[in-house]
Design a protein. Structure first.
Length: 383
């Protein structure tokens, strides 16, 4: 009798564990949107969280959803999190925040664009997104555990962004701290853009008003997913920031474009710049580039000095500076450096002064260096 009781007790425990395990894995019924839960309010999310830890399918926010979107207890979603696009294009959710405190794995896409009321996305444990993450209008984003994905798009009046663990974005990174990344809209505030773990990206488009920028471990831009730009960085409306890629060793073709309030620019390990390389400086900027070979370099704006100490080959070099540049000396220097009789150098300056004109031309073998001095300094030196 004791043996029978013991056996029945163990059987009951085993059955209970099996039921519990089955209850934690939830597969939605198949419908028009595939295997998906369509949620209309927080109570629908609470019902899912009460019975599941893994959703074998998709969670869809309906167009009439309002309030916060808080999905606790769910650790894995095999497909997507998205919102339902109604037939009327003006109908969209009115959710204010997305909070995914326990989610670690998302097999497909987190797609939440075009929700003007949305202010935050908090998913501190989310490590893997199988395909892409796209969100708009947000002010705060916490994805501190996210390691890799295919596409990343974060736009809005972003003032707080955590991507502490992001190591790889196989195709495109888009980060804008202005709504819809619209060039006609100014950011409400500034953003510290810090990507401490990022090592590789297909291409990068970073726009807005940045108070700092740091990618200390980025080594490779692959060019995957790039329509034109391999790297585009635009920062405007704030203090000049230092832009540095201390470990970057490879950039494919396409275009590399830096524009805005830039205090310094450093890419020390790139020797061959096959991309179209453009800088448009809003603040005084000294240029010192390590390139040995380059295709097309264009420098505009407040360029105060240029050094190309290792240059041996270039297709075209263009300077249109607001400062004072001796274009004739520049052409002669690049001719010597590249060992070409007629390298294509296009140079112009909009600088004018009633004082004396002075420019410095330093020619050391095959090195390119020329100094640019603004009128105040010249007048002081000549007095």
């Amino acid at each position: 009798m004791m043996f029978l009781w013991t056996w029945m007790s163990r059987f009951a425990v085993a059955v209970g564990l099996l039921v519990s395990a089955l209850a934690q894995l939830c597969t939605p019924e198949y419908g028009y949107e595939g295997y998906a839960y369509i949620v209309n309010d927080q109570s629908d999310l609470d019902a899912i969280a009460a019975n599941c830890t893994t959703v074998n399918g998709t969670i869809i926010m309906s167009a009439n959803y309002t309030g916060g979107f808080n999905l606790s207890n769910i650790r894995n979603i095999t497909e997507n999190i998205q919102w339902f696009q109604a037939n009327r294009s003006d109908v969209r959710p009115q959710t204010t925040s997305i909070y995914l405190p326990d989610l670690k794995y998302l097999g497909g896409t987190l797609d939440m664009p075009g929700i003007p009321t949305l202010t935050s996305l908090i998913a501190p444990k989310l490590a893997t997104v199988g395909w892409s993450l796209s969100i708009d209008y947000v002010q705060e984003v916490d994805l501190r555990s996210l390691v890799d994905l295919e596409y990343l798009s974060i736009t809005g009046n972003v003032s707080s962004l955590r991507l502490d663990s992001l190591r790889q974005v196989r195709e495109s990174i888009l980060i804008c701290n202005k709504v819809s990344c619209n060039s006609k809209i100014s950011p409400n505030g500034s953003l510290d853009l810090y990507l401490p773990a990022l090592q590789s990206a297909g291409n990068m488009d970073l726009e807005g008003r940045f108070s700092s920028f740091d990618t200390p471990n980025l080594t490779n831009i692959t060019g995957l997913g790039a329509l034109y730009y391999s790297i585009k960085l635009l920062t405007s409306g704030g203090s000049a920031i230092n832009i540095s890629f201390p470990e970057l060793k490879y950039i494919p073709g396409g275009a590399v474009d830096f524009e805005g309030n830039i205090g310094s620019l450093s890419i020390p390990d790139i020797s061959n710049m096959s991309a179209l390389f453009t800088v448009d400086a809003y603040d005084r900027l000294d240029i010192n580039l390590p390139f040995q070979e380059a295709a097309y370099i264009t420098l505009t704006g407040n360029i105060t000095s240029v050094r190309l100490p290792n240059l041996t080959s270039i297709e075209q070099f263009t300077v249109n500076s607001d400062a004072d540049i001796d274009c004739k000396s520049l052409e002669q220097t690049i001719t010597t450096a590249t060992n070409k009789s007629e390298p294509l150098v296009i140079c112009s300056t909009s600088w004018t002064s009633s004082g004396s004109h002075f420019s410095l031309h330093l020619h050391l073998g095959a090195k390119v260096a020329f100094g640019v001095f603004i009128g105040i300094f010249v007048e002081f030196a000549m007095s």
